[in-house]
Write a protein that binds this ligand. Structure first.
Ligand SMILES: C[S@@+](CC[C@H](N)C(=O)[O-])C[C@H]1O[C@@H](n2cnc3c(N)ncnc32)[C@H](O)[C@@H]1O
Length: 262
C-alpha cells in the first residue's frame, strides 16, 4: 500500500500534532492568539505559497460568481486581506471580519481606506443589515467552528434571496492528520503544528464529513450549486514540486458554492 503523504491542513505548514479537547471559549482564545502571532508573516508566507496562493485561492476565486462590480460582499475570516483586496480590485464593496485583531490590522494596511474591516467572532450573531449582501466569502475559516448554526443563520439573514455563499475547508477525504482518531463519519477536533518563518503555532480545527457540511447549509436555507476540488496546476507543480507533487492525485481542499433559497 502506498503511504499517504502528510497533508497540508488548510495552509502551509509542517505537520505535527497533539489531541486537545477543549471548550469553545478556550478554543477561540487559542485560535485568536495563534493568528495574532501569525499575522505579521501571513501575507508573506501564503500569498505566493504552494497551498494558499497556488492551490486554494485560485480555485476559491473561480467559484465566485461574476461580475463583481458593485456587488456587496462579506469576507468572513478575511485573514490579512488577500481575497478582500481581490474583491475590491474586481469592483466590489467589501466588509471583512476576523477573530484576530492583528489580522484585521494587516487587512486594513493592505486595503488602505477601501472596505470596512472589523474584529468579530463568527460564532456570535454578526448584526449586519438583513438582505444587504450579494455574497459571503469564507476562505478556510469555517472549520474553526464546531457549531455552524449561528454563522449560517447570520449569513442567511444578511444575504439577499438568491445570494451566494462560497466557502472552503479541508477536503473531508484528505489524508488523515496524525491527530485524527475518529473515522470519516465523525465530526472531530484535530490539531497541527504550523511553522511560518520563525513562528510556530499549534492550530485546532474541526474535521467533518461531507454530509454534515451539506446538511448544515441546507438546514440554514441554502442549496448546493457547485463544488471545486482543486488540484495543483502544471505551473504550481513546477514551482513547488516537493510540496505539491504528493497532492497531484489526492484532494486537499474543497470549495462549496451555495445559493440562498428565494
Ligand atoms: C486559514 S486563515 C484564512 C485567512 C484568509 N481567509 C486567507 O485565505 O488567507 C483562517 C482565518 O480565520 C480566522 N478565524 C478563525 N476562527 C474565527 C472565528 N471564530 N471568527 C472569525 N474569524 C475566525 C482566523 O483568525 C484566520 O484569519
Amino acid at each position: 500500500m502506498v503511504e499517504a503523504p502528510a497533508r497540508p491542513a488548510a495552509t502551509d505548514h509542517d505537520g505535527g500534532f497533539t489531541v486537545c479537547p477543549m471548550d469553545r471559549d478556550a478554543h477561540r482564545e487559542l485560535t485568536r492568539e495563534a493568528y495574532d502571532r501569525l499575522a505579521p508573516v501571513w501575507s508573506a508566507t501564503t500569498d505566493d505559497g504552494p497551498w494558499n496562493g497556488h492551490l486554494e485561492r485560485p480555485a476559491f476565486r473561480s467559484m465566485i460568481p461574476q461580475p463583481l462590480k458593485g456587488a456587496s460582499i462579506l469576507d468572513a475570516g478575511c485573514g490579512s486581506g488577500a481575497n478582500a483586496e481581490w474583491f475590491l480590485g474586481e469592483g466590489a464593496e467589501v466588509t471583512g471580519i476576523d477573530l484576530s485583531p492583528a489580522m484585521i490590522d494587516e487587512t486594513r494596511r493592505r486595503c488602505d481606506d477601501r472596505g470596512c474591516f472589523n474584529v468579530a467572532d463568527l460564532a456570535e450573531p454578526l448584526g449586519l443589515d438583513p438582505a444587504s449582501l450579494d455574497g459571503v466569502a469564507c476562505s478556510l475559516a469555517m472549520h474553526y467552528l464546531e457549531d455552524w448554526t449561528v454563522p449560517l443563520r447570520s449569513f442567511a439573514h444578511t444575504l439577499r434571496p438568491g445570494g451566494w455563499f462560497v466557502f472552503s475547508t479541508e477536503h473531508p477525504v484528505a489524508p488523515p492528520l496524525p491527530s485524527q482518531r475518529g473515522n470519516y463519519f465523525d465530526t472531530e477536533l484535530v490539531s497541527a503544528i504550523w511553522r511560518k518563518k520563525d513562528i510556530e503555532v499549534e492550530q485546532h480545527f474541526w474535521r467533518r464529513p461531507l454530509g454534515a457540511v451539506i446538511d448544515a447549509c441546507r438546514d440554514a436555507g441554502f442549496t448546493l450549486d457547485r463544488v471545486a476540488e482543486p488540484c495543483p496546476s502544471t505551473e504550481a507543480l513546477a514551482a513547488f514540486p516537493e510540496d505539491l507533487e504528493p497532492f497531484a492525485h489526492i484532494p486537499t481542499f474543497i470549495i462549496y458554492r451555495f445559493i440562498l433559497d428565494s
